[in-house]
Ligand binder design. Structure first.
Ligand code: NAP
Ligand code: G3H
Length: 483
């Protein structure tokens, strides 16, 4: 385990270009999920401060949008450099605050710097188009349409705990490159990492007011932000229930929602089990399964089920369990409540006669990796997203049955299909309701320039660098009527 935290910092919020303590006088204590002690305090910003931040963002956005793309890009390039330079400090904050393994936390920071640099390049290389008027019946060559992309105004970016830096920057970078102002509301458990990331951005000399960081509980300031008339677009990543709530609260503004998942790994009877086992292990258990794209159920053909389960068992029992400071794969979950939810799913499955292959051991919020076989559709773990290290195996007799069970889920983020027959893979991929289908690989968001989306309760709109730039801008058409 890492050593105890000795210095307790009270972090300021970044409001309209100034690092400030909130006038509320209230702070929120952030407790580390594995140190189980308070590691810092963040500001609970007030509604008035939210108003001021949004007003400042609108004011600053007018000049920001007039800067050339290269000028805006230069700030972001410096931001990426600052993140790289301070990788270890930021990774330590991520590790302590959300309990992510130190190496993975460092990879998150590097991935973020890469994402920012790619976003700048993508924005520099996106061009408008011109349309000929005579392309439509009765039209004339004297009419020329010029289509450009312009900013939306002020974007509200709300991020989840599990990638407190990467899933925040993947909203902020395209919003800024597209010429918008930004109000960033991090997950409360994730705020310190978010603050460190914004400290790096503020060191670039970013114009005052263009971005504010409003820390505070979603349950307290969330609705106020979402319903605010000064917000012109919302980009949100988090749970499906929260996303659904947000979509009801906001009115007449564009939204991108990246939500929960129950990604299936469909294993056919001709699958290469070496590839399958490696992909499922990595997909299901990294960061204790606290990834939206984690493999959250296995739908395996009964002909290969015994062998698959035996091989998974051997690998699960080798997983390193413990502290993120030791780069354990299985780490304490984000909260005791999260661990209660996972334990409840295991208990329900066992009470309904699932087979416990290995696991079902708990120490406070540390849940040992658990593999359940003979899971039936009557069990909650077949349908509910655990966000923890429990993997249910459902045996099926055909690809059709696997597809039917895959599609019965309310979710549709990603799915994996394992087979050595490409025609069979494509046939299954065509029928599975998901934003992305991975053939012979684990479910995952990257590479970050690919479109990333969920269908059904897994989301609305598309992320990925190019698509984020599109969704954070709109088309503006100027028509030349020539003599
Ligand atoms: P969450 O509880 O839904 O929180 C997400 C964000 O929403 C946090 O910043 C939270 O703030 C905020 N929030 C809560 N209530 C709000 C309200 N009424 N108005 C505005 N904002 C509000 O999710 P989480 O526990 O952080 O993350 C886990 C979930 O996110 C899982 O379901 C996972 O699958 C999903 N996720 C999806 C993706 C994806 O790309 N599809 C990626 C990562 C995670 P507070 O922290 O202050 O409550
Ligand atoms: O948790 C949700 C993230 O979007 C997953 O990203 O597939 O790179 O772990 P990842």
């Amino acid at each position: 385990m890492a050593s105890k935290v000795t210095e307790l910092t009270t972090y300021k919020a970044y409001l309209a270009g100034e690092w400030k303590a909130s006038s509320s006088g209230e702070t929120i204590a952030i407790k580390s999920p594995y140190l189980r002690e308070t590691i810092g305090l963040v500001q609970a910003v007030t509604r008035n401060e939210v108003d001021e931040a949004i007003t400042a963002a609108h004011e600053a956005q007018k000049s920001w949008a007039k800067l050339s793309l290269s000028e805006r890009g230069a700030y972001l390039e410096k931001w990426a450099d600052e993140l790289t330079k301070n990788n270890e400090e930021i990774a330590t904050a991520i590790m302590q605050e959300v309990g992510k393994g130190y190496s993975d936390a460092k990879k998150e920071v590097v991935r973020t710097a890469d994402l920012i640099r790619y976003t700048v390049q993508e924005a520099l290389h996106m061009h408008g188009e011109s349309l000929r008027g005579d392309g439509f019946p009765g039209g004339s060559q004297k009419k020329l349409g010029i289509v450009q992309r312009v900013p939306l105004g002020v974007v509200l970016a709300i991020s989840p705990f599990n990638y407190p830096v990467n899933l925040s920057a993947s909203k902020i970078a395209p919003a800024l490159m597209a010429g918008n102002g930004v109000i960033f509301k991090p997950a409360t458990q994730g705020s310190i990492s978010g603050i460190k990331m914004i400290e790096a951005l503020s060191r670039t000399g970013l114009p005052k007011g263009i971005l504010s960081l409003t820390t505070g509980r979603g349950s307290v300031i969330g609705d106020y932000l979402v319903e605010h008339k000064g917000i012109n677009m919302i980009t949100f990543t988090g749970g499906s229930d929260t996303g659904h709530h947000l979509s009801k609260q906001s009115a007449m503004i564009p939204m991108v929602l990246e939500l929960g998942g129950k990604d299936p790994a469909i294993v056919c009877d001709d699958a290469d089990l070496d590839v399958t086992v490696k992909s499922i292990m990595n997909g299901a258990f990294s960061y204790s399964g606290q990834r939206c794209t984690a493999i959250k159920r296995v739908l395996v053909n009964e002909k290969v089920a015994d062998e698959l389960v035996a091989r998974l068992k051997a690998e699960v029992e080798k997983l390193k369990v413990g502290s993120p400071a030791d780069d354990s794969t299985i780490v304490p979950l984000i909260s005791d409540k999260a661990a209660d939810t996972v334990q409840g799913l295991i208990d329900d499955a066992l009470a309904k006669n699932a087979t416990l292959v290995t696991g079902n051991k708990r120490e406070k919020n540390l849940i040992y990796p658990t593999l359940l076989d003979h899971v039936s559709q009557a069990m909650d773990v077949a349908w509910i997203e655990p966000f923890g290290p429990v993997l249910p195996v459902i045996r099926v007799s055909s690809d059709e049955e696997a597809i039917e069970i895959a599609n019965k889920s309310q979710y549709g983020l990603q799915a994996s299909i394992f087979t050595q027959d490409i025609d069979r893979a494509l046939a299954v991929a065509r029928q599975v309701e998901a934003g992305t289908v991975q053939v012979n690989g684990r479910t995952e968001r990257g590479p970050d320039h690919f479109p990333f989306l969920g269908v059904k309760a897994s989301g609305m709109g598309v992320q990925g660098i190019h698509n984020s730039l599109i969704s954070m801008s709109r088309q503006k058409v100027t028509v030349l009527n020539l003599k």
